[in-house]
Design a protein. Structure first.
Length: 364
């Protein structure tokens, strides 16, 4: 089953802030935005239902992304000043996902293992090498809600409320939050953060460590015995030495807890010292594979590496490696892994199997 699970896409955020309609093609979105303010802020669009279907992107970690006002970079974006605003911002994104599912029978919201199984069955006998998919209209793309930035959870006990609304993965940090330090805002797990983890455990929610500061990251691993991932994080050894990325110590610790790490496909997070004005072809699919391979070499197997693109998450096509025009091009990763020496079973784990294992176990 040569499908793809992408653990991290900011679909509703883009719809809310920029008016992107992801039931349409990425190329339609590009034509609408060409040389305009949205493209200037968020880059050239890479996502769209036709491209998900073409590329066999069967399951997506669909974020409820809430950035704080202090990190504002554009008037087009929506931010929060307090927890109530963060809560409302995330809830509006759930409404967007619900509307997408109502408007298209090819979008399915995943809340339980039966939903995941239903989506995966629609991809039986999918062959990405065929020029046209004869069963394209029968395929479904499953969306699993992932909170990115925990302040939308106004207090730890509200976890149950969010679980009832379909949230199955929680990332406590983007920037720093009431729960922990985050990207460019160092700090440990707070008392509220410890309490948050305690409230997550009865629901077997997946803890997403991406964006958590290293101290908070390691503390959370000691505190939480439920399913753990880093949905979109790259090895610090291969990119810039900031707390946005994972040190080898962090990678080893996550692997020891049977976690999975999604490689983020953004040149700035794949290469040292790459900036937006630099040529995009400084990185290639082999650069992506090198990041995946770094995790596999530390682990000694392919059980802990996967994909978490973050496509359209503040960058666009011109900031991704050569060969990636839209999300459909994720399929080029598989043959590049094989060329690197990975056997077919391990390629399948990286492309979809590791995420499916985590989700199947968490959804129950």
């Amino acid at each position: 089953m040569s499908i793809i699970v992408d653990a991290h896409e900011d679909i509703a955020w883009n719809t809310l802030c920029f008016g992107r309609d992801y039931l349409r093609s990425a190329y339609d979105i590009r034509r609408r935005e060409e040389n305009g303010p949205v493209e200037a802020v968020n880059g050239v669009a890479m996502l769209g239902l036709p491209e998900w279907l073409k590329g066999g992107v069967a399951v997506i970690g669909a974020t409820l992304f809430t950035p704080p006002e202090r990190r504002r970079t554009s008037l087009l974006e929506q931010h929060y000043s307090d927890a109530n605003e963060a809560h409302a911002l995330a809830l509006r994104q759930i409404e967007i996902y619900e509307r997408m599912a109502q408007q298209s029978n090819q979008i399915k919201l995943i809340r339980a293992s039966a939903d995941l199984e239903t989506v995966l069955r629609t991809w039986d006998d999918f062959d990405p090498t065929l020029p046209e998919d004869p069963k394209r209209d029968e395929r479904q793309v499953g969306l699993v809600y992932l909170i990115e930035g925990g302040d939308s959870i106004r207090e730890p006990a509200e976890v149950e409320w969010w679980h009832e609304r379909g949230v199955r993965l929680i990332g406590p940090a983007w920037a720093g939050t009431q729960y922990c330090g985050g990207t460019d805002e160092p700090g440990p797990l707070t008392a509220a953060g410890v309490d948050l983890l305690k409230h997550m455990r009865p629901f077997n929610l997946v803890l997403d460590l991406s964006h958590m500061d290293e101290r908070a990251f390691l503390q959370a691993l000691d505190q939480y015995d439920g399913p753990i991932i880093a949905s979109h994080s790259n090895p610090r050894a291969l990119t810039n030495n900031t707390n946005r990325h994972l040190s080898d110590e962090m990678i080893k610790a996550l692997i020891q807890h049977d976690g999975v790490i999604g490689t983020l496909i953004f040149n700035k997070f794949l290469l040292r010292d790459w900036e937006h004005e630099h040529p995009r072809d400084a990185a290639t699919v082999e650069t992506v594979v090198a990041a995946i391979d770094h995790v596999c070499q530390i682990a000694g197997d392919a059980r802990h590496a996967a994909i978490g693109t973050d496509f359209d998450g503040g960058f666009g096509m011109k900031s991704t490696p050569a060969g990636f025009d839209t999300v459909a091009d994720l399929q080029i990763i598989a043959p590049a892994l094989e060329q690197r020496g990975y056997v077919a079973a391990d390629v399948e784990l990286i492309m979809n199997g590791n995420w499916v294992r985590v989700l199947s176990g968490a959804l129950g």
